[in-house]
Design a protein around this ligand. Structure first.
Ligand code: ZN
Length: 214
């Protein structure tokens, strides 16, 4: 079986999407790119996260051709592959319908720097224009909006986060759910204070060196 490690990561992080309340049912999807092998592992379409086994994961070429797998790949395979091809620093893509981020996306708003943790994306989270799920237009809209950010809201749909690995793309999804909730709550009681772009540059620099030094 090709990409065994990546298949196991999709099963592991798929379950984490449910246990971390970032998605429900078989909603959301995730993919990971092994650049050395030139192959992508992606969640199969419509399979329950707790039923999914490593053998169910679909392995495709970056152009979408199925290399290994009996099941259909995720219905959102277009934007997954477009993101992995778009930027060399993107190896992992996580897409969810997490409730607070999706609330902001349903307002067709961007998520501004209401809290410094928006720095997991950049100085904000941009918004991709609405298009039908699974469509080429949706993929094009995400690529047009994401630029160098590590996340993008999807109008009337959800959010997509990207990273060098699942650890970082998943952490971005989790932290942005907190920031989205804070934005929603502050908007409920007034007009929140937004951090400046200059401060968000400082935050971005600090994030580079945060954590355990190796
Ligand atoms: Zn979706």
């Amino acid at each position: 079986m090709r990409l065994l490690e990546e298949r196991e990561a999709i099963v592991q992080y798929g379950r984490k999407l449910i246990t971390s309340n970032l998605t429900t049912g078989s909603g959301g999807n995730l993919s990971i790119y092994n650049r050395a092998e030139g192959l992508v592992a992606i969640k199969p379409s419509g399979v329950d996260y707790f039923e999914m086994k490593p053998k169910d994961v679909v392995v495709v070429a970056p152009d979408g051709q199925i290399v290994e797998g009996d099941l259909q790949p995720s219905s959102e395979i277009r934007f997954h592959l477009a993101l992995l091809r778009y930027r060399e620093d993107i190896n992992a893509v996580v897409h969810t319908h997490q409730v607070y981020a999706t609330t902001i996306a349903c307002m067709n708003w961007e998520l501004p720097a209401v809290h410094y943790l928006v720095g997991f994306s950049g100085n904000k989270v941009p918004l991709a224009k609405y298009a039908t799920f699974g469509s080429q237009e949706l993929s094009d809209n995400i690529i047009a909006a994401i630029g160098n950010y590590n996340a993008c809201l999807m109008a009337n749909h959800g959010i997509v986060t990207v990273g060098k690995d699942f650890g970082s793309a998943f952490a971005t999804a989790e932290e942005l759910e907190l920031v989205s909730r804070l934005y929603y709550q502050t908007k409920c009681i007034g007009e929140p204070a937004i951090l400046s772009d200059k401060e968000m540059i400082t935050i971005g620099e600090k994030f580079q060196t945060y954590g355990q030094r190796k």
